[in-house]
Design a protein around this ligand. Sequence first.
Ligand code: ATP
Length: 459
Amino acid sequence: MKKLTMEDLVNYCKQYGFIFQGSEIYNGLANSWDFGPLGTLLKENLRNAWKQKFVQENKYNYGLDAAIIMNPKVWVASGHVASFADPLIDCKKCKSRHRADKLIEDFTNGEVTADGWSNEEIEKYIAEHNIVCPVCGKMDYTPIRKFNLLFETSIGVTDDTKNTVYLRGETAQGIFTNFKNVERSMRAKVPFGICQTGKAFRNEITPGNFIFRTREFEQMELEFFCKPGTDLEWFGYWKNYCMDFLRTLGLDSEKLRMRDHAKEELAFYSKATTDIEYLFPMGWGELWGIADRTDYDLSVHQEHSGEDLRYLDPETNEKYLPYVIEPSVGLDRLLLAILANSYQVEEIGENDTREVLKINPALAPVKVNILPLVKKIHGEKATEIYSELCKKFSCSYDESGSIGKRYRRADAIGTPFCITIDDETINNNTVTVRNRDTMEQEVVNINDLEDYIVKAVTL
Ligand code: ATP
């Protein structure tokens, strides 16, 4: 089978309505993408799968939906205003711009990461290892400059009342600032977690690789509050929980790996950090960051806000700031991994191929495709079945072209079931259900159809 490239994926996504270039009719806006009808459904299914696993099925966790624009003091306290910055380096010869830490990461194929390194350490490594500009092959860089990633905007209408505010650079801060609210209103006992999904914005220096790195993306974050001393145990628990979830979604085990950050890579407040990486078409890349953040976040918010954010342990009467374990994953990046993992051009028989998205049925944008064998004869019955099933599942209705062609269209977008309505449906109340992966057909009574589909599309 031919190796899948990112270009193949971009074309596929555009052709079938998953992802379009943003502002396309105005020649686009660099690295902005719009999710089309199928991309929207897939995104929603993935988000719901995460919520189900992390909120609904986990007895420790609660959900939250905090504001995107927060009091700017939040970002001062969190350290983002002072140091949410990437090391920027320019090639003097070809004027291309790079993230200096990523140059090292790419050069070493992900073996060395420069997270937490000083500018001097990064420059020294680049020089010592003769890491040339990936665009022109020369070795003539400007010194590193730090570039703040927060997007600024302002609230207020007149110049003298205008205040600078920020689009959130991560969803996590809305969780920390609501720690006490959730604890009190839900009568939550440590350990407990708060989950949030939503847009985050970063003025990335080097966005790219399709939706892998964009300036506007969606995060799915959990901040898990636990007693100091139990944190490393919970860190292990959440690492396995996340990996398990990715495997349940259908990502191949051999394309997933955990990479523990070495001591010198750790952020100064972090006790341990592990990235779950996926083998994307362009190589290994971070999919999910899991960090033991100690009590750093709650302590800076306590200090800057003046609010007592300590937890009173009802059993021991002890007051303490909980430690935090943060598993943080990008929804768009996960969606890219799922598509890359599922898309295939499969050989079926001699000189015949089919495009198929072998995606977990629970994530498939459309669950059922309904096909009247002959429009004039079976259309009415097919419409009736469609009207019932679409109350439960996302369905499509396809009456044009040969059955074979209609199957192919459904395969290409990953629809797990094609249901053909024929004379047997009218005479015997049965339909033929064709399975996307095996391409085998089965006769199912209409009364059993809903259960049949529910079973197959539940995670
Ligand atoms: P990177 O080193 O790739 O810039 P990061 O370590 O800054 O990522 P985190 O701040 O830990 O990333 O964000 C958590 C998750 O959010 C990442 O694992 C990734 O899945 C996602 N993410 C971060 N930045 C982007 C982006 N610019 N575009 C899309 N997803 C992103």
